[in-house]
Design a protein around this ligand. Structure first.
Ligand code: FAD
Length: 398
């Protein structure tokens, strides 16, 4: 299905396309193109270029310094970014904590934090999960005890993506024990340089480092860093998760991966002709392509509902997260299937852009790492089983 863009939208698409062509550094473009690992500097360089253009926080309304784009403009920007091999914008600042701060934060918090998110000079991380509180997040045990003008935080967070890069963490802590586990949770902004914070790496299967566990021992956090009301953190956390789940429909990634699937399936020759011409393989590709189109339209619906920062609703956010991750995983499976034996090598040295790449089809270097990474999509942001529970309860009333 083709969207019938208006003249103004077509002009906007050209503007985005031309800007990216002119400004995306070539070394970053190539690393993304071949699914090699990106460094903090790679992400920050591109995000800061977007920030100077006012596009890093492209989902934000004008009143908070965003471009105030419509759902269609955001969609065009995401698709074009994926088509031209831009790095994924890290969501922690612009998509996660930013909307929480401008919806629920104090004026002082807005003044302190929003510009650093807009310009991408500050890297944020998400301190939600704990060793015994993942799906059952409300059981979290990291404590913040009242000590007058500050809290004293003790506990442990886990699976904290890029905590080793982060300047600040938005963190769920327990300030009280209530009758329900959701009560007494508060939402704190924590400066990662505060004494008492230790970040410990958790190595990934494909030899990279993005995960961490973070320990807090008597960490003093000023009360001025409490977002909204004490004990109401669950409300803000849920608002943020719904945004995260729409984001996790991963249209950008899937568009990019679909293009790679076509490229690989065209370049692999089987029985004297490109694999893409094999009727069985082609039908697999067509099936997932049709699913991706349907997902795109539903994501647009959710983006319209979100308007300038409001919530899309839990049921829709959950269904997009499930479909988006399933489709993304399916495409990464088909890339590995098409690539055959060449697509099975998992070499961290090659993934970092070093080592001898001679004789290896560039599109295949990142294929297996990507396959494994995409397994994680159905876990983070709340696992797909948990999303099905949400739909069962909130949409079907079961
Ligand atoms: C790539 C990646 C990045 C992440 N980044 C972050 C981050 O930056 N910050 C952060 O705070 N967290 C992060 N996480 C953690 C993520 O949010 C948790 O892994 C997730 O919420 C699941 O929790 P868990 O790992 O403790 O699994 P568990 O909750 O122990 O679940 C284990 C399994 O049981 C299933 N299950 C559990 N309860 C139910 C139920 N009631 N009904 C049906 N099935 C159930 C789950 O679906 C899952 O399959 C990340 C995870 C991944 C994979």
């Amino acid at each position: 299905m083709e969207l019938a863009f208006s003249h103004a939208e077509q002009a906007f698409a050209r503007e985005v396309h031309d800007f990216i062509q002119a400004n995306l550094p070539d070394d970053i473009r190539q690393r993304v193109e071949h699914d090699l690992h990106l460094t903090r500097d790679d992400y920050m360089r591109w995000q800061q270029i977007l920030g100077r253009q006012g596009w890093h926080t492209y989902t934000w309304p004008r009143e908070h310094g965003g471009p105030g784009w419509s759902a269609v403009q955001r969609y065009i920007f995401e698709k074009t970014s994926a088509e031209l091999n831009c790095p994924t914008i890290q969501p922690f600042g612009p998509r996660m904590v930013g909307p929480v701060i401008f919806n629920f934060g104090s004026e002082a918090q807005k003044a302190q934090h929003l510009s650093g998110i807009r310009d991408s000079t500050v890297w944020w991380c998400q301190g939600y999960s704990e060793p015994a509180s993942g799906s059952d997040l409300a059981s979290l045990a990291t404590r913040a005890d009242d000590a007058g003008d500050h809290y004293v935080v003790n506990g442990q967070k886990i699976w904290t993506s890029y905590a080793h890069y982060a300047n600040w963490m938005f963190c769920l802590v327990r300030t009280q024990r209530g009758t329900r586990p959701q009560e007494g949770i508060s939402f704190l902004l924590i400066d990662m340089t505060t004494p008492g914070i230790v970040v410990q790496p958790i190595p990934m299967l494909e030899g990279t480092h993005s995960f961490n566990t973070v320990f807090f021992t008597d960490v003093k956090v000023p009360k001025a860093n409490l977002v909204g009301e004490e004990g109401q953190g669950w409300r803000y956390a849920k608002f943020l998760l719904e945004h995260e789940r729409v984001e996790n429909s991963n249209i950008g990634f899937s568009t990019f991966a679909m293009r790679r699937l076509h490229r690989v399936a065209k370049s692999v020759i089987q029985h004297g002709r490109p694999l893409l011409e094999d009727p069985v393989f082609r039908s697999k590709v067509s099936a997932v392509e049709a699913q991706l189109k349907a997902l795109e339209i539903n994501t647009l619906r959710a983006l319209s509902a979100m308007g300038s920062g409001s919530s899309p609703g839990a049921g829709l956010a959950s269904s997009l997260k499930i479909r988006g991750t399933e489709i993304g995983q399916r495409i990464s499976e088909l890339i590995c299937e098409a690539a055959g034996p060449q697509g099975q090598a998992l070499d961290p040295v090659l993934l970092s852009g070093q080592g001898d790449m001679a004789g290896i089809e560039p599109s295949l270097i990142g294929a297996p790492a990507n396959y494994f990474w995409r397994r994680a999509m159905s876990i983070y942001g709340g696992s797909n089983e948990i999303q099905r529970n949400i739909i069962a309860k909130q949409v079907l009333g079961l």
